[in-house]
Write a protein of this length. Structure first.
Length: 257
C-alpha cells in the first residue's frame, strides 16, 4: 500500500459518480412548469384591469378590454373639428342647426349674440341649437296632443262647434260690438273645451239654444225626437232619463238641453 492510499476513511466506499448532478431526476411536471414560465409567447388568460390613465369611456366593462376602435373614431372626429375650426368662435355662426329659423327669430338672434360675446365655439353652438330644437319639437307635439284631447272633450261635433263659435265671434267684431283686442281675448277663452262650453252658455243667454249642424251619428234621435223626449214627464221625474236626454242633446248640439 502506498503512503497516499487511505483505507477505512470516512469516504470509503463512496462512488465519485454520485457527486455528479443527475438531470434525469427532474420530474416531468417540473420540466413542464419551467418550460411554460420561460416561454415568452405563452398566453395570459387572467382578466385585464383598466389603468388609471386610460379613459373610462373607452374601456369595455363587459369584456375588460380597451375599445380601440371607439378611441380612434373619437380622435378622428376631434381632428376633423380642429381642421374645420369648430373649436373656435367664428366670425358669423352657422345657424343651420336651428332648422327653418333665421337670425330674425328672437331666440336665435339672442343666442348668437350671447355666444359671440363669450367666445362659444361653433361645435358648442351646434350642440345647443340641437337641444333647443328638440325642446321646441316636444312642445309642439305636446300642444298637438292637448288639442286633440280638447276636441275629444267637445264630443263628436267638435269641429262644427268650434266653427260655429268662430263665426259668432267674427260676427260681434263685424257689428262693432267687439274690437280686435276683444276678439283675441275671445280666442284665449275658447282655447279649451271648457272655455268653449262657457262661451256657448254666454251665447245662449242672448240668442237661445244654437243648433249645431253636423252629421247625425248612427242611432242618434232627430231634433224633433229630442224635443219630444224633453216634453215627456220622465224628463222631470226620472234623473237617469233626464241625464240620458241631456247627453243626447250635448252630442247633437254641443250643449245640454
Amino acid at each position: 500500500m502506498s503512503e497516499t492510499e487511505v483505507s477505512g476513511g470516512l469516504l470509503d466506499g463512496v462512488s465519485g459518480e454520485e457527486n455528479t448532478p443527475d438531470n434525469s431526476s427532474t420530474t416531468s411536471a417540473e420540466a413542464e412548469i419551467s418550460h411554460v414560465a420561460a416561454d415568452p409567447n405563452a398566453e395570459d388568460d387572467s382578466p385585464l384591469e383598466r389603468p388609471d390613465w386610460w379613459p373610462e369611456k373607452f374601456w369595455a366593462k363587459d369584456s375588460n378590454e380597451p375599445e380601440l376602435e371607439k378611441l380612434a373614431g373619437a380622435y378622428a372626429e376631434l381632428e376633423k373639428k380642429f381642421r374645420n375650426g369648430d373649436h373656435k368662435a367664428p366670425e358669423e355662426y352657422d345657424i343651420s342647426g336651428f332648422g327653418p329659423l333665421s337670425t330674425e327669430d328672437p331666440v336665435v338672434g339672442a343666442f348668437a349674440e350671447w355666444s359671440k360675446k363669450y367666445g362659444v365655439s361653433q361645435a358648442a353652438f351646434n350642440e345647443m341649437a340641437e337641444k333647443v330644437m328638440e325642446f321646441a319639437n316636444e312642445e309642439i307635439e305636446s300642444g298637438s296632443v292637448n288639442l286633440e284631447k280638447e276636441r275629444q272633450a267637445l264630443g263628436p261635433n267638435a269641429d262644427a262647434i268650434v266653427k260655429s263659435m268662430a263665426q259668432w265671434g267674427n260676427g260681434l267684431v263685424a257689428k262693432g260690438i267687439w274690437g280686435p283686442d276683444d276678439f283675441e281675448e275671445f280666442k284665449v277663452w275658447g282655447a279649451t273645451a271648457s272655455g268653449i262650453k262657457a262661451l256657448q252658455k254666454l251665447r245662449a243667454t242672448y240668442e237661445g239654444r244654437v243648433p249645431i249642424e253636423a252629421a247625425k251619428p248612427e242611432g242618434m234621435p232627430s231634433k224633433d225626437e229630442l224635443y219630444d223626449m224633453v216634453a215627456k214627464p220622465e224628463y222631470k221625474t226620472d234623473p237617469a232619463y233626464r241625464k240620458k236626454v241631456e247627453k243626447l242633446f250635448e252630442q247633437a248640439f254641443g250643449q245640454a238641453a
